[in-house]
Design a protein around this ligand. Structure first.
Ligand SMILES: [Zn+2]
Length: 445
């Protein structure tokens, strides 16, 4: 259910130099023992759900956790800005550039020294944020990976970031040197195939670095056959080779499923935790939701919208970077935009623009998520005994185990929610019913 991340991927790609967000976004909060208990009860007593509710102590815990996440996100954003400003004031990037020039007069060698040093510095300075976040997830029972495992994951992600970021920075500065005025358009044109390539490679190269994947047909042939039936009901053919099982349970207690990839790498992934803790009707609903993203082409659409947002961002960054450099360039020992030492200024501007653009991207993502929920209700209609209840139960289980806030702060939803609040999703489950008025579904006829 994380198609929203894809929307921002093009921007995150840029920010991969600076950001730890892409990794952490996948996991959010709950308590393992309690969670198990809840879902077993759910299965045993199919009491009709009328709203998303948690027992008072658990609701308080969920609300607290999300209040912490909200402030943590704002503080992290400010912290990154301060770190970049200190890097500029302390002329660290200029120092790295001078060091690289001492080693070699060849630009490519200078870049191969400068870029990894800069990325590593920035990410090491952000390491405390990642450590705090892992500690928080552990103390709320959502994350169960050990510290060595977590740190090994961080190291792998860092290596990938250094390699990807260095290529990206190389392309950026080659373009800036060739076209100092129009670089933002050319760089935008270069970012689009790069972004698509990253989306294509993510399930093939990146995801397997962190989790185990197996064909769903091998792990759960019955579920796979049922899902194919579901797909055929919608007039779609999703072959079993495009359905995967992911071993999430060794690192997290939370539940999820998602669609990922592009073209030949496009696939539906279901976490083992979801299969273990949900009933068949609930898994059906969740899979119907992912099928909705797949069939309604949300990934390519998200990429297209991301491309438009990115063009705005590059244009604004190009306008602003000139102002920054003419005002403070000499004080920060930056010779000009084509000097590698200007990189922290660009990263600072992109960080601000990504933050400002996030509510727009999140609102679009929430719309797609709502569409996928509706699709799931339509595709399971007539196949599941009570699709509305299966939908509501699935969100009740998911919300309980993932510690979703029953009463999220409106500012939090506006700024950071790329899915509608669980409370609203349960209400949609219970109220969407075109069939009772003799009409058909919008997506599945
Ligand atoms: Zn989704």
């Amino acid at each position: 259910m994380i198609v929203g991340r894809v929307l921002l991927l093009a921007i995150v790609l840029l920010l991969s130099i600076a950001s730890t967000k892409a990794q952490v976004a996948a996991t959010s909060p709950p308590a393992p023992a309690a969670a198990d208990k809840v879902s077993t009860e759910q299965r045993a007593s199919p009491e009709a759900i009328t709203a998303y509710t948690l027992p008072p102590d658990r609701a308080g815990k969920a609300h607290n956790l999300h209040r912490i996440y909200f402030w943590f996100s704002l503080i992290s954003f400010s912290y990154v800005l301060v770190v970049l400003w200190l890097i500029l004031r302390g002329r660290f990037a200029a120092g790295y550039r001078t060091y690289a020039e001492l080693i070699s007069s060849r630009r490519i060698v200078q870049l191969l020294i400068f870029a990894p040093l800069f990325i590593l510095t920035l990410d090491l300075l952000q390491l405390p944020l990642g450590i705090y976040r892992h500690w928080l997830g552990t103390s709320y029972g959502l994350t169960i990976s050990s510290w060595p495992t977590w740190f090994w994951d961080w190291t792998k992600a860092e290596l990938v970031t250094i390699i990807g970021g260095t290529i990206f920075i190389w392309i950026l500065y080659v373009i800036i040197r060739h076209s100092p005025r129009r670089w933002w358009i050319w760089f935008w044109a270069a970012s689009l195939p790069l972004g698509a390539l990253v989306v294509f490679l993510t399930p093939l190269v990146l995801d397997p670095l962190f989790h185990k994947f197996e064909p769903l047909g091998q792990k759960d042939p019955v579920l796979t056959a049922e899902l194919q039936k579901l797909a055929r009901r919608a007039g779609e053919d999703i072959p079993p080779e495009r359905m995967f099982w992911m071993g999430a349970g060794e690192k997290t207690t939370t539940l999820n499923a998602y669609v990922t990839g592009l073209g030949p790498s496009k696939r539906i992934v279901v976490w083992d935790t979801t299969i273990a803790k949900m009933s068949t009707a609930q898994i059906f609903f969740v899979s119907g939701h992912e099928m909705g993203h797949y069939v309604l082409r949300h990934i390519p659409k998200g990429l297209a919208i991301g491309a438009v947002l990115l063009l705005f961002a590059y244009y604004l960054a190009a306008r602003m970077v000139g102002l920054f450099l003419s005002r403070w360039g000499s004080r920060w020992s930056i010779r000009g935009l084509d000097d590698l030492a200007s990189l922290p200024v660009l990263v600072l501007l992109f960080t601000i623009l990504a933050f400002v653009g996030n509510p727009v991207a999140s609102a679009i993502s929430r719309h797609y998520e709502h569409q996928a929920d509706q699709y799931a209700l339509e595709v399971t209609h007539g196949l599941t005994p009570n699709p509305a209840q299966a939908c509501a139960q699935a969100f009740q289980v998911l919300g309980d185990i993932d510690l979703s806030d029953p009463n999220p702060m409106p500012a939090d939803v506006f700024l950071f929610y790329d899915h509608p609040p669980i409370r609203d999703r349960v209400q949609s489950c219970l109220t969407y019913d075109p069939w009772s008025q003799g009409r058909q579904g919008e997506f599945v006829k």
